[in-house]
Ligand binder design. Sequence first.
Ligand code: TXA
Ligand code: MG
Length: 339
Amino acid sequence: MHIDLSKAIAHLNTGVIVAIPTETVYGLAAPLFLENSVKQIFTLKKRPPSNPLIVHIADRAQAEPLIDQIPPHFDTLADAFWPGPVTLVVPASPHVPEIVRAGLPTVALRIPGHPLARALLKETGPLVAPSANLSGRPSSTRPRHVEDDFGLEFPVLDGGPCQKGIESTILINKDNEWQIGRLGALSINEIEAVLGYPVKSASAERPLCPGQHFRHYSPKAKLQIAECALEISGVVVGFSDRLYPKAARVIPLGPLSDPAALSQNLYRTLRALDEEGIEEAHIDFDFPKEGHLLTISERLLKAAARHSSGAGGAGGNSSGNASLRDSVNSDSSASKEIF
Ligand code: TXA
Ligand code: MG
């Protein structure tokens, strides 16, 4: 159900969860300090409690009480990229509820670029907002996607289609250096240009973001990764500026020459497979894995991994949840150096 700004404010203030637009993807929002609403978000999304939430703020003033210690170059990054599609993970002040941090000593912060989101945040104060999808499913980039996952009656503040279409880039300060915790809408090049040094990415085996342990972005359709475009047959998720001589049907992500358009269309296209009842599709993975295309390739691999690993359920398995807490919290190098 589409609602306006004043209704969204009223709902949030009385503990009703609302889907909100951001420039990246829609989020499921609850006030940072309303513990019951925050709990409900985990339940609604079927999200493991070990996966912490990003806190969205209207401005730097709302961030200050939430930060324990400001890491080096935090101001440089915030000045350059906020409002915008980057999340900065910093040591948390004791004000940040434990449930939001999933027990970690850090908090993930972001000022979204969408004007409606900021107008909302100015009135409500900090809001937690994970992506507005059932855990494991493709993120929502349109109000209709939220309604597909949570029902037609679910309140959605309608901000139109998301401009970026892919989640924020997450940066984490480790060893006095900012590292990539999750690839996202802000490119590594732009970040390096501002920081003046090459940024490392966390390895897949030892991710810096707990969420990277879980399965993500998967439609119900079985996805196969195909490395050679000319050879792909059946239903192809591919590029509109490329020919697929053996394909029965092509579902276009957009032109390979326009990575921004590809990002915008990515989740909508993955969701469209299910809307059309397609059971199996082949993804054209025959493209250079650099810049925004690297981020898109990472999302596509994760979307397909659900099937290749044989485990179906949303959001990863329970042993993964337990080991995640251990790997982030009890690994001595991780807990001392990252946080
Ligand atoms: O663009 C976005 O970031 C969207 C919009 C709605 O803002 N939000 C989003 O939230 O993608 P979510 O919950 O789907 O993904 C948040 C990611 C997860 O991988 C989580 O593990 C990580 O952020 N995260 C949150 N707090 C963290 C922390 N303290 N340390 C490391 N990673 C953290
Ligand atoms: Mg998500």
